[in-house]
Design a protein around this ligand. Structure first.
Ligand code: ADP
Length: 454
């Protein structure tokens, strides 16, 4: 509506002035045309023909002057128009438009299910919305006079996050979904929250320039915890009977007191293998839940990686034979590092089992341990099926198995690489890989030669 108003066709003051100027001067020119023509042209003689010629010239001259005055008036008007800045006009409609959008914004902010509030550099809270009041468990006055930094839990991890947060807030750097433990106003209720902060520029004169958003993930974390606890409990409970089965079969297969027919012995051996697989799977599941709970800490000792590799290769000899694979093992440099023996063993074991499992008959698997001054790298290369390029990014995801792997081996959990990566990272190292479909795959473990904080 404001637009229509501005475009209404009415002459401005300068245009009216120009129009009056044009008419006025033109009138004067034509009134005093005789004198003007005489002054500018010549005085006509008294002959009738001379008079007629003079009148013609006069009309021509006066028309020319009139057009000239018209042009000057137009030019001046255009100039003034261009020089004139359109004056902002605030109409009644514009004001009510602004009021309406302000009210809409206020309603959205107030009633959003996501807790929002503003904060100053020192962590003081202002303008909390209704969801924030629910989150902190207080009235508007109580929450608006609280300090966010005082509500962050006081365990060591939360305090570290807090000092990072303070530093970023002071520099007006954004914070995106940082997970932390946070108390309600009663200092009893504890929430897990994802906190995001968006700040205006540091130069902004507004004191409460940080907009804080909180996503309450307490329930999600609780249900994850219940799942992990259940997995832990179930695996513990399952392991005991499976171990008993293992002992009895072991006893039956080795004892001399009971005679077992060959056919039964074969069945028992199959049961034994199946049982071993179950125990292995349950041990893996237990380890995964320990990793997720963060209760798995490395125990550092001196480890001879060459010895570990030799040991694993002996264990896998029958599989290697079955696949008719060529194994090449190489070691460069002095063999001794300080690391967790079990973790590094499981990591190398997983890489070698995968290389054997995913390489067709007649292929080659090589393992190279390279001892550099700061780190030790263990590289496992195979000439196998490779990993399809579009599936490579998911390879370390828990329970992920590539499409080609599922075809060649039904036997797999998709937990091996997840465990390997978690272990290597716990040891302060990294796991890298490169793979080409139907050509082969290389995995490289890099671990520090000494314990990270030694
Ligand atoms: P799995 O029990 O299936 O072997 P892993 O976590 O060890 O589980 O490996 C996950 C997936 O990564 C495998 O299913 C397979 O698709 C792929 N993969 C791992 N190692 C290799 C390899 N050496 N060659 C080809 N694919 C591999």
């Amino acid at each position: 509506m404001a637009h229509e108003h501005r475009h209404k066709k009415s002459l401005s003051r300068s245009e009216w002035t120009a129009l009056w100027f044009f008419f006025g001067i033109s009138l004067l020119v034509w009134l005093f045309g005789e004198q003007l023509a005489t002054a500018l042209l010549y005085s006509p003689g008294s002959g009738i023909q001379d008079q007629v010629m003079f009148v013609r010239y006069k009309v021509l001259l006066l028309s020319f002057i009139t057009v000239l005055i018209g042009l000057i008036a137009c030019a001046v008007t255009v100039h003034i128009r261009l020089a004139e800045k359109p004056k902002p006009t605030i109409t009644r409609e514009a004001v009510s438009d602004i009021m309406l959008s302000r009210e809409q914004f206020r309603q959205l902010y107030e009633n959003s299910p996501v807790p929002y509030f503003l904060m100053d550099d020192a962590g003081n809270i202002r303008h909390p919305n209704i969801a924030s009041l629910r989150f902190f468990g207080g009235t508007m006055e109580e929450v608006a006079s609280a300090n966010l930094y005082d509500l962050i839990a006081d365990d060591q991890k939360a305090q570290q996050t807090l000092s990072m947060m303070r530093a970023k807030v002071e520099r007006a750097l954004p914070i995106s979904r940082e997970e932390m433990s946070m108390f309600g106003l009663d200092k009893q209720t504890e929430h897990r929250a994802l906190v995001s902060i968006y700040s205006l520029s540091r130069k902004s004169p507004i004191p409460f320039k940080h907009l804080v958003t909180i996503i309450d993930v307490t329930k999600e974390r609780e249900s994850e915890q219940i799942k992990t606890d259940f997995l832990l409990l179930a695996s513990h409970q399952l392991r005991t009977p499976l171990t008993t089965v293992k002992w009895y079969i072991d006893y039956l297969l080795t004892t001399k007191t009971v005679t077992i027919e060959d056919e039964v012995r074969e069945y028992l051996e199959q049961i034994y293998i199946g049982n071993e697989r179950m125990i292995e799977l349950i041990t893996t599941l237990l380890t995964v839940s320990r990793i997720e709970m963060g209760t798995l800490a490395p125990e550092y000792t001196t480890v001879h990686v060459n010895g570990v590799v030799k040991d694993i290769l002996e264990e896998l000899a029958s599989e290697v034979q079955k696949h008719n694979l060529e194994i090449k093992a190489e070691s460069k440099g002095d063999d001794a590092i300080v690391t967790d023996h079990t973790m590094i063993r499981i990591a190398i074991h997983n890489l070698l089992t995968n290389a054997i499992k995913y390489t067709p008959v007649g292929g080659t698997v090589s393992i190279v341990a390279d001892y550099q001054p700061q780190v030790c790298t263990v590289t496992v290369t195979d000439t196998g099926y490779g990993i399809p390029p579009d599936e490579q990014e998911k390879i370390f995801t828990k329970m992920f198995r590539a499409s080609n792997a599922r075809k060649v081996s039904t036997n797999g959990t998709g937990l091996g690489l997840f465990l390997t990566k978690s272990f290597v990272e716990k040891l302060g190292g990294s796991l890298a890989f490169s793979s080409e479909l139907d050509k082969g795959t290389t995995f490289t473990i890099t671990v520090p030669r000494v314990a990270p904080d030694a």
